[in-house]
Design a protein around this ligand. Structure first.
Ligand code: GDP
Length: 423
């Protein structure tokens, strides 16, 4: 059984929380794209954990966690994340963590390049998280990447690293006028942060292939949402990787397998970190209230998120490109303070009403057509059955289900593991 958990919106939908909940039934949880540019927050009985690189299943001792070939891995960050979790009492060993030998290492010069480029762009910046993700995916496709498997024989990295650095320093020095990265420093970096990771590195595709043949349950955990996908998102304000469910088996190492179940995580309202078109955006006090109610500050960066009402146009598109077979609605409890809940039902693009998610200039020009649904005005965090929800909350969920065209199977009413309604 292959299940994928993906974001329907702009990311931060609460995927980490849903993976934490659903990983109970899984044998294996895989990350298949991205790096430490986003954070999953998982709250459970042991505390609150922010995971940037490690799959969320790491918090369950019996789950095997895979970091796939589609990822870009900052090895210093990974070492730090492992140490922090260990300090929090989480066991991490080669038995429950396996890192693809094909995954690409995100290097310090990639992080530097990301920062230098955002500074060069100044006001026209993309809103990068400055973790080096775009530059390292660029390097990957330029075939100038060092892979996790190379850490197994650091003595053999030498020539490759020299060639890459010669090339990279041309950009760092001649384009940005910054200091070059030395071969000695970078080799030492790879050795220092590679050594503690060696035992985790293997051919995860082989491992997964055997596990699937043995009938194990595998879950693919995406970072970010549909609208950040490099192909289908709000390009160029996207991530640099594929956040789409269909990429899961590829980025995890089993490209020949098909998904059985795609659970789309969809927030009861809209949030968006960083730059780019965000049609549903609210401003002023209305925005500040929602941001505060939802605690909408980036897990990885602490940046305040842009917020807005639920966006039917964008979410329906998200459901389609993800191929979601079912939906988990998250953070419904956050809307309890509102008497009237704004929902973006269509866009106005230069005088025309549009209900298909546009791209490019049309998206940039789109204005929201907002309608209001009745609020429920009471705390719903202790509801555990759909019938427990106030009538207007039930109506809101049914409205969303109808609007996006996929069945809602979970409604999350709080960050805690048990604050969930299973439909
Ligand atoms: P992810 O990257 O998609 O996992 O999103 P985040 O890490 O930004 O998670 C969203 C935040 O909302 C986290 O702090 C979660 O603990 C929290 N959260 C998730 N689901 C719910 C919910 O239903 N209600 C509330 N109040 N908080 C939630």
């Amino acid at each position: 059984m292959l299940t994928s958990i993906v974001g329907i919106n702009w990311g931060d939908e609460g995927k980490g929380r849903m993976v934490d909940l659903l990983s109970e039934q899984e044998d294996i949880v895989c990350r298949y794209q991205g790096g430490n540019n986003a954070g999953h927050t998982v709250v459970n009985e042991r505390g609150t954990f922010i995971l940037n690189l490690l799959p969320s299943g790491i918090l369950r001792p019996e789950v095997v966690n895979i970091m796939g070939n589609g990822m870009v891995i900052d090895i210093k960050h990974l070492c730090g994340e492992i140490e922090k979790l260990r300090a929090g009492g989480i066991d991490i060993s080669p038995a429950n963590l396996k890192v693809s030998d094909r995954a690409i290492i995100c290097m310090p010069y990639n992080v530097a390049q990301d920062c230098l480029e955002e500074e060069r762009l100044a006001d026209a910046k993309y809103g990068s998280t400055r973790r080096g993700i775009a530059p390292i995916y660029g390097d990957k496709y330029m075939k100038k990447g060092i892979r996790m498997g190379d850490l197994l024989q650091p003595e053999a990295i030498g020539d490759e690293l020299k060639n890459i650095l010669e090339w990279k320093n041309l950009t760092i020095e001649k384009v940005y006028g910054a200091d070059p990265f030395t071969y000695e420093d970078m080799l030492a970096y790879l050795k220092d942060y590679g050594a503690p990771l060696k035992d985790y590195i293997c051919d995860v595709g082989e491992y997964l292939e055997d596990a699937i043949a043995a009938g194990k349950r595998v879950m693919f955990e995406a970072q970010l949402g549909a609208l950040r996908d490099i192909d289908f998102g709000i390009y160029p304000y996207t991530s640099s990787s594929s956040t789409i469910a269909a990429y899961g088996p590829i980025g995890a190492g089993v490209p020949g397998h098909k998904l059985d179940r795609v659970i789309g995580i969809m927030k009861a309202y809209s949030t968006c970190v960083g730059e780019g078109p965000f049609t549903a955006e609210m401003f002023g006090d209305e925005a500040e209230e929602l941001r505060k109610a939802g605690g909408e500050y980036g897990a990885a960066t602490g940046r305040p998120r842009r917020v807005g009402g639920f966006d039917v146009v964008a979410s329906r598109y998200g459901v389609r490109v993800q191929g979601a077979t079912e939906i988990a609605v998250t953070k419904l409890d956050i809307l309890s303070y509102l008497d009237n809940i704004p929902v973006v039902v269509s866009y106005d693009v230069n005088g025309k009403t549009v209900d298909r998610f546009p791209t490019g200039k049309a998206l940039a020009d789109a204005k929201p057509n907002v309608e209001y649904l009745d609020g429920w005005g009471e705390d719903i965090t202790s509801c555990r059955k759909f019938e427990d929800l106030p009538e207007n909350a039930q109506k809101y969920v049914k409205y969303l289900e109808n609007a996006v065209g996929a069945p809602v199977t979970y409604v999350s009413v709080g960050a805690e593991r048990e604050q969930i309604i299973v439909m």
